[in-house]
Design a protein around this ligand. Structure first.
Ligand code: PLP
Length: 373
């Protein structure tokens, strides 16, 4: 992995720090209907499908836009108008799926837990057993709001056990946390280019069961977000229906080569876990507390409780870290007062050591003795 940059490291949930080779892959122009670009599209789709063991029954449908575009397209295409969905909510991204279904006018209910409590597979099974009208369940893999790792395998088993279909928002986990569709039955898994795959933003995709997609014609509420049409067109001539983000796809193609070179998803997971360990240990040495216990923490993004010391001003803390070359995440999504620091992207444990040292220096500058909440 090559460090060569003039901008700060992004310790955020995405877009993230990318490798220079990934950014360089964007220097060419591509004809979107030319054979060379068609070949990139096919290669990327195939790689993404295989990454989660989906090559036997699933296909990858890429879509222009951010991750939410693909979530909306997947829900709108796979959940028929007369169907009913159950959304598992323990943060902002679960709530967003409920909001999308609300907009689409599709029947849905939520099963909510607190932001530091994962959904319980037994409760999911009980809810489904009690309501035969529910056809689909939607769940978030890593709920980036808090950084909690939701038990997607147990949820998938409960949903399959009740004969229903599961749609997974794996936006912040895909490529960083292993998932095998041969063991974890999902109708669709949705993700984007700019999180654990370490590509640049502008493209998202769903890995969908081929039979479900084939049966979904006419469901979508939207032309541009119709995953079925996007798939049919791509199967036909290998092309995107509408202008694709050509450079973004070329960058993702290169990012996937780097992922292979790293040793695939298991190796990336090990690096992210090491990044997270260094960060959490360092923060605790400085008195900070994480929102989540280690057993629930995904190695993706860490939510840190706001320090109690009145000398701690978040804006000054953020600016001080920015000056030292680290951009953390200013947005608070959790109910508890907190801020977040990401551990994904083209960053190494050594970078996290340096981030912890920068945090200590900025605290000293602010006159904050401890990060304790
Ligand atoms: C990032 C993210 C999304 C999509 O966000 P966009 O800003 O639309 O890319 C959806 N779900 C989760 C869990 C995410 O982390």
């Amino acid at each position: 992995m090559t460090r060569e940059r003039s901008t700060p490291l992004l310790l955020t949930p995405g877009p993230l720090t990318t490798d220079i080779a990934t950014r360089r892959a964007m220097l060419d122009d591509w004809g979107s209907r030319d054979a060379a670009f068609i070949a990139i599209t096919a290669r990327v789709r195939d790689r993404l499908t295989r990454m989660v063991g989906g090559e036997d029954g699933h296909v990858c449908v890429p879509l222009q836009g951010s991750g939410t575009f693909a979530i909306e397209a997947t829900l709108g295409t796979l959940v028929p108008r007369e169907a009913k969905a159950l959304i598992l909510v323990n943060g902002a991204y679960g709530r967003r799926m409920a909001k999308i279904l609300e907009r689409l006018g599709r029947r849905h209910e939520t099963l909510e837990t607190a932001e530091d409590v994962p959904p319980d597979a037994k409760a999911v099974a009980a809810r489904l057993a009690g309501d035969a009208a529910i056809t689909h369940v939607a769940a978030v893999h890593c709920e980036t709001t808090s950084g909690i790792l939701n038990p997607i395998a147990a949820v998938a088993a409960a949903v399959a056990g009740q004969g229903r279909r599961l749609i997974v928002d794996s936006m912040s986990a895909f490529g960083g946390i292993p998932l095998d569709l041969r063991r974890v039955p999902c109708e669709a898994v949705v993700a984007s280019s700019n999180k654990c795959l370490e590509g640049v933003p502008g493209l998202a995709f769903a890995i969908v069961r081929r039979d479900a997609l084939a049966a979904s014609a006419g469901n979508a509420h939207s032309l541009s977000l119709d995953l079925h049409d996007q798939w049919r067109a791509m199967e036909g001539n290998g092309q995107w229906r509408f202008t694709p983000p050509t450079q973004v796809l070329a960058a993702l193609d290169q990012a996937l080569v780097l992922l292979d070179e790293e040793g695939g998803v298991p190796a990336r997971h090990v690096r992210y876990a090491a990044n997270c360990r260094v960060l959490v240990d360092g923060l605790r040495r400085l008195g900070f507390e994480t929102l989540l216990p280690d057993a629930l923490q995904a190695p993706i993004i860490v939510t840190v409780r706001m320090p109690a010391d009145p000398a701690f001003r978040f804006d000054a803390f953020y600016d001080g870290l920015r000056e030292r070359g680290f951009v953390i995440y200013p947005g608070k999504l959790t109910e508890a007062p907190s801020f977040r620091i990401g551990c994904i992207g083209a960053v190494q444990p050594q970078d996290m050591e340096e981030a912890v040292a920068a945090i200590a220096a900025v605290m000293a500058g602010l006159g904050v003795a401890s990060g304790a909440p």
